[in-house]
Design a protein. Structure first.
Length: 249
């Protein structure tokens, strides 16, 4: 099957990221990127059980921390965190949430519909830092990067093209196999379980997608497909039944 068919066959909770919790150390890395501190009002959109809220308050001393999640079970599991002073939890759709006092927002969603719907809300915020993971805000350049964490700051800086955006994210105009693998591995480690080890399947898949995207935008180091990329394409096809070569333009 083509990669698009494989992704569409996954459970909705996997596609949306609902069942994936960021590691505590990954959350700390996000906060360091944003220089989170005592004057900040932090919002975690899709907060899950509230680990990010607890870390923001206990370790970074934010003025206020707000967790928003539409899953009532997750909000109930955050009961202990909700007892912390200056914490707030809302069980609601993020599209309906008031974010007007936010200075830092963690926004990790891959659903393009949700992202596009949130952009209008984000663009109204003043001097707010919005951190995404792996996926950039469409059409804009990050103000700061510690891949896979991307920080955008309002007012946003428009990207002239997808190519310019990709250069800003990967901080290079030449993406080879090694660069693609390194960045894919960073992403895998950021979202993986501490007990599961490195998820090789996800790393291979993301490596291929990073390199193919770079190739299509004229940012691959060579015109020819690198040998490791060919090998991993064959592995995905032969062992997992997933075809990605058709994505190369």
């Amino acid at each position: 099957m083509k990669i698009e068919e494989y992704i569409s066959s996954l459970p909705e909770s996997i596609i949306t990221g609902e069942e994936i919790q960021l590691l505590d150390d990954s959350i700390r890395d996000v906060f360091k990127l944003a220089d989170l501190g005592k004057d900040d009002v932090f919002y975690h959109l899709g907060c899950g059980t509230g680990n990010g809220i607890a870390i923001a308050l206990k370790e970074f001393g934010v003025k206020k921390a707000v967790g928003i999640d539409s899953n009532v079970d997750k909000i109930l599991q955050a009961e202990e965190v909700a007892k912390l002073e200056n914490s707030e939890f809302r069980c609601q759709d993020i599209l309906e949430s008031d974010l007007s006092d936010a200075s830092v927002i963690l926004f990790w969603f891959s659903d393009t519909g949700i992202i596009e719907s949130m952009m209008e809300k984000f663009m109204k915020l003043k001097n707010c830092k919005i951190i995404t993971i792996f996926d950039p805000l469409p059409g804009f350049l990050p103000a700061k990067v510690d891949f896979p964490y991307l920080m955008f700051q309002t007012p946003f800086k428009q990207a002239k093209s997808l190519k310019e955006q990709l250069i800003a994210i990967f901080e290079t105009e030449c993406i080879d196999f090694s660069t693609a693998w390194e960045h894919a591995e960073r992403y895998t480690k950021a979202i993986g379980s501490p007990d599961a080890g490195n998820d090789r399947f996800l790393t291979i898949l993301q490596t291929l997608l990073i390199w193919i995207n770079a190739k299509n935008l004229g940012l691959s180091c060579t015109d020819e497909i690198p040998t490791p990329i060919k090998s991993y394409m064959e592995i995905m096809q032969n062992f997992f039944g997933i075809e990605v070569k058709h994505l190369i333009k």
